[in-house]
Design a binder for this molecule. Structure first.
Ligand SMILES: [Zn+2]
Length: 450
């Protein structure tokens, strides 16, 4: 039994410090792109932000009797966006010892087989979404398993919470255990039924989800491409060039394709709303194709470090001469945390290892507006401004004694954001709002989201 928080009124306002973005800090001066309001007021009506600005300027414009929640020196941000994560792998996070292909065989496939049981799927989906909200993440692109019931379980819970989620059934018709394989036709039929049930149902969005090129035949990839053309606004998610042994394997499985990305492009899977996980081992030509196609790469630093996959070249991907859309992914269960703050911690270190410096404004942009941009959802989520859906989190820079003493020395908001991304985790998320409703309050007596 999960205790519920009291319902949030349809019209209410938040007051506190606020950060958001007026521009892309990889294209403009990061300090200029960051919008900081030291004493902000955010008016929320029917799930959307209707006013945002300085408290002093807006206080007299509020409709009478609007309740205001004052978050003190908490920092209000758009909710985090996780562009690559596997909910069924939550129970096997922190699995020891292997790199990608052995890790899939030894840990992932046996874990995913359990999702044939709809009750198990519902239980994990509930726990996963609760963990996301505790981490301040309000939207994610989520892999389910090959079982349609794993998708129903996920969307049922997401619809209950009213979170904006992108998810889909994994397609896998070869190089996987028999109990995790579909066939091209069955994968197509099951996906289409799920699309009709869930795509654009409330805030839910469907992603056609071939796991990766090694676990789908060419016929299945072609049918996945055909699925994408059946309905407007569908997403596509898969993995690309994560690990060197995988890249080598793909080149043997598809000897006639010019590159790994070309395997997907040939099947009609690469375009706007295509999200390719990792892209660690790709060359300039592939970056260029991604830019031209409008697809996105999901940068998953905790996963890449955990599996020893390599260092993603973030600044090459985002080269302003041919920028590729990039979001941040936790990639749990290969990732080691659902917290975007922890993910930024590792993203900073990976950038350092490639000789580049990830500015805190660039980092927080990736975790919010950049993720929304990668998913083509930046007209709805990812920033704080009138008209946007009110998915927000409130960050506490004093969440631990160490953070509190470090935060005291900060002179600028950039310094404070950097402390949050290096020392912060779910403890630093004071509260989370979904479509205007409070769904997580760290310090509520129950301490649980709705
Ligand atoms: Zn993944």
């Amino acid at each position: 039994m999960i205790p519920s928080l009291p319902p949030t009124p349809a019209r209410h306002a938040l007051r506190g410090r606020a950060v958001t973005f007026g521009a892309n800090p990889f294209m403009a001066d990061p300090a200029q792109a960051l919008v900081y309001e030291a004493d902000a007021l955010i008016l929320i009506e029917d799930g959307r932000i209707t006013q945002f600005g300085a408290f002093d300027a807006l206080r007299d414009t509020l409709p009478p009797d609007t309740p205001i929640t004052h978050w003190g020196d908490g920092i209000i941000s758009a909710g985090f966006v996780d562009t690559h994560v596997h909910y069924p792998q939550l129970p096997m996070i922190a699995a020891y010892g292997e790199q990608l292909l052995e890790w899939l065989e030894r840990y992932t496939f046996p874990t995913e087989a359990r999702y044939a049981d709809p009750d198990y799927a519902s239980d994990v989906a509930r726990r996963f979404l609760r963990e996301l909200l505790r981490a301040g993440t309000t939207s994610a692109a989520v892999y389910c398993t090959v079982h349609p019931q794993s998708v129903d379980a996920f969307f049922t819970e997401s619809a209950r919470l009213n979170t904006r989620m992108v998810a889909g059934k994994v397609l896998m018709d070869r190089n996987a255990p028999a109990n995790l394989r579909d066939t091209p036709q069955r994968g197509y039929d099951e996906s289409l039924a799920l699309i009709d049930r869930w795509h654009q149902h409330g805030r839910q969005l469907y992603a056609v989800t071939p796991r990766f090129a090694a676990t789908s035949t060419e016929e299945q990839l072609d049918l996945a491409g055909s699925l994408l053309r059946q309905r407007e606004g569908l997403f596509m998610q898969t993995h690309l060039s994560e690990n060197l042994a995988e890249v080598e394997w793909i080149s043997h499985l598809f000897p006639n394709r010019a590159s790994y990305l070309d395997v997907y492009a040939h099947a009609g899977l690469v375009g706007p709303r295509s999200v390719l996980g990792h892209g660690v081992h790709i060359d300039e030509g592939t970056f260029h194709t991604c830019h031209a196609a409008g697809c996105a790469l999901a940068h998953c630093p905790t996963s890449n470090l955990f599996l020893g996959s390599g260092a993603f070249r973030l600044f090459d991907a985002l080269d302003p001469r041919r920028p590729v859309r990039v979001g941040l992914g936790t990639d749990v269960g290969a990732g080691t945390s659902l917290s975007q703050l922890q993910t930024l911690n590792e993203a900073y270190k990976v950038a350092q290892s490639t000789g580049r410096r990830l500015h805190p404004a660039q980092a927080f942009w990736l975790a919010t507006a950049g993720g929304a941009h990668a998913l083509y959802l930046d007209d709805r989520i990812g920033t704080i401004s009138p008209g946007m859906e009110a998915d927000l989190c409130v960050l506490d820079p004093h969440a631990t004694p160490l953070m509190a003493q470090r935060a005291e020395q900060c002179q600028t908001i950039e310094d404070l954001l950097f402390v949050l991304m290096m020392l912060g985790d779910d403890r630093s998320v004071r509260a989370t709002y979904v479509a205007g409703a409070l769904v997580h309050d760290r310090d509520a007596p129950a301490g649980q989201p709705a």
